[in-house]
Ligand binder design. Structure first.
Ligand SMILES: Nc1ncnc2c1ncn2[C@@H]1O[C@H](COP(=O)(O)OP(=O)(O)OP(=O)(O)O)[C@@H](O)[C@H]1O
Ligand SMILES: [Mg+2]
Length: 405
């Protein structure tokens, strides 16, 4: 194949001359190709003198071709490249001009108005008519460099914003943790005194006051649960949630949890079926957190099921314990499931009005399980029911305890 440079030189690949008309045609073709090229293409001779300068090179450097042809290529280079003693080629082809180089890399060019700009420079050379010609392919990369710089600045700004947000979030979590703690003390007093008053009024035969005192107690307990949830969440977020590990009997815990949950099961006319493997044995974990997670899953099953079945199946699988809570309640759509485990998020806006709750139970339970090296997963079909599965290592110290997401 005949190359562009051969065409420029008006020769075929073997260096033989060709008929004039064909030579003109090839020259016109070569010129058209060079002028259409998006990159600047410049040829220089052995003395650094510019021989050809295509249209893209004209717009990159801001010189018309006739102003630069015959001049030194140093005209197009930024000061440090001009000041060097040796010629342009001596720098790029120090020892052996017959060695063809590919892409040289990034250098600084200079436009006709003196402005310097970053350019990508590729150089190759060829031997024509007993002399060396050097072909420079030049690309103005100012835009790319600007975009890279902007990206770098944006990344720095993003990192700063993230650090600030993280700091603010930790400060907020710390504040919430302290605040919730402070709120609990007077609230416990309110609950305690309403209980004492209830006993007193009953003793004094004022039983018509009892329903009102019971309402104070119920509202107080509800508030206490909410505050405890916020306290848990802020402790987790501030990285201050600690595990209190102990050995306990799994079947015993299951009995305790199912006994406590029974009134909730009956409230919505549900039934509870418990199935425990014979070999549940003992577990080494934070029993309070396992209990709280189970309560939340069972509480949800009771809350979102009416006149249905709730199941709790507990199995030991070698090094792990699996607690599976199933229900035949309202279930969830795939979209609703995507929002699960997010703080303060319920399946839809009407849930809180209809069923109560704050949307914290699942995210707290999941983070508890993750703290213990386990997790919670879910399967559900809208209108049919849900299955939530807690999987926990039987021995939490031996498990790689994960930082919650
Ligand atoms: N068994 C279930 N059946 C149907 N939807 C459920 C079930 N469990 C959870 N959900 C959906 O997931 C949401 C989040 O549950 P989560 O336990 O985190 O919050 P909550 O029960 O609404 O409030 P909280 O637990 O803080 O009192 C619920 O509001 C509900 O929309
Ligand atoms: Mg809940």
């Amino acid at each position: 194949m005949t190359s562009e440079t051969d065409l420029l030189a008006g020769q075929n690949g073997c260096g033989e001359s060709m008929p004039l008309a064909r030579q003109h045609l090839q020259e016109a073709l070569a010129r058209a190709i060079l002028d259409m090229a998006a990159d600047g293409i410049i040829t220089i001779d052995q003395n650094d003198t510019i021989e050809t300068f295509n249209t893209a090179a004209e717009s990159i450097f801001g010189y018309p071709a006739q102003d630069v042809i015959g001049q030194s290529v140093n005209l197009l280079m930024a000061a440090p490249y001009q000041e060097q003693q040796h010629g342009f080629q001596a720098r790029f082809f120090p020892n052996n001009p017959s060695k063809i180089l590919g892409l040289y890399g990034e250098v600084e060019g200079r436009r006709s108005d003196g402005a310097c700009f970053p350019m990508e420079l590729g150089i190759s050379n060829l031997h024509v008519d007993g002399r060396w010609l050097f072909i420079m392919v030049v690309r103005d990369i100012s835009e790319r460099k600007r975009a890279e710089q902007q990206l770098r600045e944006m990344n720095v700004a993003l990192a700063q914003a993230r650090d600030q947000a993280l700091e603010a979030s930790q400060a907020k979590s710390g504040f919430l943790a302290n605040m919730s703690h402070e709120l609990r003390t007077p609230l416990n007093a309110i609950i305690g005194y309403s209980e004492m008053l209830q006993d007193d009024v009953e003793d004094r035969g004022l039983s018509d006051l009892v329903p009102d005192l019971k309402k104070i107690q119920t509202a107080g307990r509800h508030l206490l649960t909410l505050i405890n949830n916020v306290l848990d969440l802020s402790k987790i977020e501030a990285g201050k949630m600690e595990l209190c590990l102990e050995h306990f009997d799994v079947a015993g815990l299951v009995r305790e949890v199912t006994d406590t949950i029974e009134p909730l099961v009956q409230k919505n006319a549900n039934t509870l079926a418990v199935s425990c493997g014979a070999d549940l044995g003992r577990m080494h974990a934070d029993v309070t957190k396992v209990r709280q997670s189970l309560f939340n899953l069972l509480g949800n099953a009771c809350k979102f099921t009416k006149g249905g079945e709730i199941g709790l199946r507990v199995e030991r699988r070698s090094e792990a314990l699996v607690f599976r809570v199933s229900d035949t309640g309202i279930g969830m759509t795939p979209e609703q499931m995507k929002r699960l485990f997010q703080d303060f998020t319920q399946a839809d806006g009407s849930t809180s009005r209809k069923y109560g709750g704050t949307g914290l139970g699942l995210s707290i339970s999941r983070r508890f399980c993750q703290l213990m090296g386990g997790d919670i997963s879910v399967e559900s079909t809208a209108g049919k029911g849900s299955i939530f599965t807690i999987e926990l290592p039987a021995d939490v110290t031996k498990a790689a305890v994960r930082t919650p997401e």
